[in-house]
Write a protein that binds this ligand. Structure first.
Ligand SMILES: *[C@@H]1O[C@H](CO)[C@@H](O)[C@H](O)[C@H]1NC(C)=O
Ligand SMILES: *[C@@H]1O[C@H](CO)[C@@H](O)[C@H](O)[C@H]1NC(C)=O
Length: 221
């Protein structure tokens, strides 16, 4: 990593801290210094039960250090750094992810039910946007070092508009933002949404619904 990109990364981390400190945090406030998630506990609470004796490793993750493999249908890969990867994030109300894109790659329209998201362009150029509940598209082209915000729960997308690989760093106002990708939510759920619901909703025929379903179906390993 060169000095310039280190500075960019540092800058984006600072922004993430600001995001965390703001009153827009979506997750509840914490009631103690820390509550490292005991991911294996059978105790069910809002979030995760706290485990005893936290260590540095509970607050550490190196999974965003290198690009993810974007050789897939959409040409993009989201690598999450949330409470499931970093148990120390439990009750802290923030998380991050890194999104890598092949040339022309798309992170298809999706929503995070529990978080506002800020993206910072690590490298490349993107067409990004979200759609409001009044069905208005709010969009922008963003380049290296620039930021865009996706308000909590609104459907949004990011597309690499260049002919080289590109990457984004995201900050979230939740330890576990949750993601519902519109295409796979509607056409690749388990069990599947009935064809007659989708033919009526999208005003298309059963054949077309089946075609979309087959293309989005999870690949058999
Ligand atoms: C936590 O650490 C303390 C002090 O080292 C020890 O007495 C205690 O048994 C530990 N608790 C657990 C759950 O490991
Ligand atoms: C991408 O994935 C396909 C299917 O798994 C594989 O055949 C191809 O070799 C991969 N390409 C690269 C550049 O890894």
């Amino acid at each position: 990593m060169n000095t310039k990109s280190s500075i960019l990364t540092l800058f984006s981390l600072l922004l993430l801290l600001l995001l965390a400190a703001s009153s827009f945090a979506a997750d509840p406030d914490l009631l103690q210094d820390l509550c490292v998630a005991d991911l294996s506990s059978s105790v069910k609470v809002n979030g995760f039960a706290c485990k005893a004796n936290a260590t540095g490793d509970d607050f550490f993750f190196q999974g965003l250090a290198s690009p993810g493999d974007t050789n897939n249908t959409m040409g993009s890969l989201v690598t999450a750094a949330n409470v499931e990867k970093i148990p120390g994030l439990n009750t802290l109300g923030i998380s991050m992810s890194r999104i890598d894109f092949a040339p022309g790659g798309l992170n298809p329209p999706h929503t995070h039910p529990r978080a506002t998201e800020m993206v910072f362009v690590l490298y490349g150029s993107f067409d990004v946007g979200f759609i409001t509940t009044a069905n208005k598209l709010v969009s922008k082209t963003i380049n290296k070092g620039e930021i865009f915000v996706f308000p909590r729960a609104l459907v949004h997308f990011q597309k690499n508009n260049g002919d080289a690989p590109a990457a984004l760093l995201s900050g979230f106002s939740s330890q576990l933002p949750g993601t519902q990708s519109i295409p796979t939510t509607l056409f690749a759920s388990s069990p599947t949404v009935p064809d007659h619901v989708l033919t009526r909703a999208f005003q298309i025929g059963t054949k077309e619904v089946e075609k979309i379903k087959s293309r989005l179906a999870p690949k058999k390993k």
